[in-house]
Design a protein around this ligand. Structure first.
Ligand SMILES: [Zn+2]
Length: 449
């Protein structure tokens, strides 16, 4: 109401003992429902049913997290301490480093769920479930960022656990004993946090739909009886919570994707000889699009004499790399010696003129080296523009490479345009699409949606 005071320091929640910042009417989002004295009945049975499902699934999710924490983490810790820690002659079933690799931050996730579950039970008991569920989840939404680290570690955790159960029979026996008591495998428990964020989005989406249906058929929509306004605020909170959680899920999704790509690039890089030309290939955003052997020929009009060599080509999202491939001494695997790295930004790729008339199956690559690009020894006298031909085995292979090149160059140009426009309007960069869609097929598979 036009107050200009208290802008310098943020006040904390009015509720005694709560240290959260007050964000609405002197209360934090978690406790703002305590302001409304009247008990609100849900608008209809369906809306209430979905809200109750959120409460009951959080309770059983929390119970499962408690199993991971108490039946596995705590018991393993106690056992390790009783055996004198990791220095105690190796009698610990699992040393602290492996504990961290398998269970990661599951304790934090358990404690978060325990608190959320208690809050949801409380608003159910106080009969303000449908009014307060939105603001409650909105309060927790930013805290769900702790899932990022769990999800990033998840693949590794599963791999390590499988190996440990093979290598350490005592640890495996301990797991089997706990699993017998709890009725589920440790692996089944560990995947639950991976599935939880999509579940929130699903249930919130359903709850929003039911609430919209309910309020459009309700006479109190205009707020004339006092409850319509409250229902409208509750719906706005649900939508805000859904969008916030969706943005976090999208960001986690992007980071998982990026990590996966980096691992692939790093695996390729590990096959390169560390000679004078060796360069670091891993960047935060680079990913592999296509690779394979191709015949490299210099085009007409360059200083090079006609001749061709077979190299192994790697088309990454922003560069084309080619290398000499040689079988390892033992005949296992391949080692590459880097020949050249060409940036895609200044590159055009098209079928050669004779290929266009159907006579052959080659590609013509034209590249202008932008200032500052690294030149290797062969190219000291290189002209600004150069061209070479790539000989493919057949037209199918040529078309596959052509498509890959066009997509990569097109995507790169689009990214650069987006980057330029983002410097003027950064608002839509980190927000995700806000609709709760999970795009990564891998994540979809992991989360079981
Ligand atoms: Zn509070």
């Amino acid at each position: 109401m036009g107050s200009h005071s208290a802008t310098g320091t943020r006040r904390t929640c009015q509720l005694q003992g709560c240290n959260s910042f007050a964000s609405r009417n002197g209360f934090c989002l978690r406790h703002v429902w305590k302001l409304s004295v009247e008990e609100l009945e849900p608008l209809n049975a369906k809306q209430y049913q979905v809200a109750k499902e959120l409460v009951s699934t959080e309770r059983s999710y929390c119970d499962s997290l408690r199993v991971i924490y108490k039946s596995f983490v705590l018991r393993l810790q106690v056992q390790s301490e009783m055996e004198g820690g990791s220095a105690g002659g190796g009698r610990a079933l699992l040393d602290p480093a492996d504990m961290g690799r398998v269970f990661h931050n599951v304790e934090d996730i358990f404690k978060l769920s325990e608190q959320l579950s208690a809050d949801l039970e409380e608003i159910t008991l106080e009969k303000v479930l449908t009014t307060a569920v939105g603001s409650t989840l909105l309060h927790y939404a930013p805290l769900f960022r702790i899932y990022q680290s769990y999800l990033e570690n998840y693949d590794d955790a599963v791999r390590v656990l499988t190996q440990l159960r093979k290598d350490k029979p005592d640890f495996d026996f301990f797991c089997k004993l706990q699993e017998k008591c709890e009725g589920l495998s440790l692996e089944s428990f560990l995947i639950m946090p991976v599935q939880r964020l999509p579940r929130y989005l699903l249930l919130l989406g359903e709850l929003i739909k039911r609430s919209q249906e309910a309020s459009s058929s309700s006479a109190s929509l205009d707020g004339s009886d006092g409850s319509g306004g409250l229902q409208g605020a509750a719906l706005a909170d649900m939508i805000a919570a859904r969008d916030r959680i969706s943005a976090i899920a999208t960001a986690i999704n992007a980071s998982l994707h990026q990590k996966e790509n980096q691992l692939k690039v790093a695996a390729i890089q590990a096959c390169f000889e560390r000679d004078a030309r060796y360069q670091d290939l891993v960047t935060p955003t680079r990913y592999l699009i296509r690779e394979g052997p191709l015949k490299k020929r210099y085009g007409k009009g360059t200083r090079h004499l006609t001749g061709s060599t077979v190299y192994h080509f790697f088309l990454f999202s922003d560069i084309l790399v080619y290398a000499d491939a040689s079988k390892n001494v033992l005949g296992k695997g391949v080692t590459y010696r880097l020949k050249h790295i060409l940036p895609l930004a200044e590159m055009t790729v098209e079928p050669t003129s004779s290929a266009r008339t159907g006579k052959d199956k080659d590609l013509l690559v034209t590249t202008r080296n932008p200032a500052g690009s690294k030149e290797t020894k062969d190219d000291k006298s290189s002209s600004k523009e150069k061209a070479f031909e790539l000989g493919c085995a057949d037209t199918a292979e040529r078309d596959a490479w052509l498509l890959a090149f066009r997509q990569a160059i097109g995507q790169l140009q689009e990214d650069q345009r987006n980057l330029r426009s983002a410097t003027f309007d950064g608002s839509n960069v980190a927000q995700g699409d806000g609709k709760g869609t999970i795009k990564s097929s891998k994540l979809k598979q992991m989360m079981g949606v």
